[in-house]
Design a protein around this ligand. Sequence first.
Ligand code: ADP
Length: 298
Amino acid sequence: MELVLEAEALGKRYGRSWALRDCTLRLPAGRVAALVGPNGAGKSTLLHLAVGLLRPDAGAVRVFDQVPYGNTALLAEIGFVAQDTPLYRELTAEELVTMGGKLNRRWDADLARRRLAQLGIAPGKPVGKLSGGQRAQVALALALAKRPRLLLLDEPVASLDPLARREFMQSLMGSVAESGTTVLLSSHILGDLERVCDYLIVLHSAEVKLAGPVEDLLDRHRQLIGPRRVDDTPIAGVAAVVKASHTDRQSTLLVRADGDPIDPSWTVRDVTLEDLILAHLTDGGSARASHEAWGVPA
Ligand code: ADP
């Protein structure tokens, strides 16, 4: 299995607080990976470490088996769109495409022009006068023109309305399906990622809470509903209880299954990606804050 990104006990600190801590990950090639977590979880920090804009304070990160920090050769392999799609607003899309050709050794200007034409984006208009959705598309077209092997997108759709979000994600998926590029994109909005990603990384308070192929993660977790649980005696078939909620009479548990049959006295249900993410983000006292940060009623 070819690995695109590997982090080992990776950490980044600002003063005394860790923006990312003890992060261990392995992202295989060809995946579309969602990096999710509330604001301030450490998503941008991880992406900036991966693209070499930040230097780790602990552990290590490798991209295509190389250290990113200060590695200009590696930059040619990575497309990176920072948060809020920073572009020179007074330049036109066509001028940005031409400029990209001067700054990058490998540059597929035709690809960028074709994409923009297909999307009906005026090549001669200053990008500052385009809509937010169109600007995001210009930034994506420029990132794809590098023909990167890894595409990192930091909250690419955060500022877009729901329709523009859907269009952006669809066009992104169309182009990565063709090229086989590995994608790592962050979002604090669950719905944007659910249909498109096949790999999930959940970050919360600087720590990785969950990471793996979506299919495996869904397969390994279950929701259990039964009479109120009064103690922590082990349940057959359950490796760990990730989250428990109780009413007077009933307990609902999100559990990691161990592969054996689950105690038949519980009603067992499959979980959704949203159940899984929220369960890993809401431990104890942080439950309300996490729900609010995710725009989900507590
Ligand atoms: P996210 O992208 O998930 O919103 P970030 O990676 O931007 O989170 O931030 C993680 C934490 O690091 C936050 O607490 C943030 O305030 C802090 N942080 C990020 N950048 C800086 C910086 N340049 N100086 C100080 N603190 C920072």
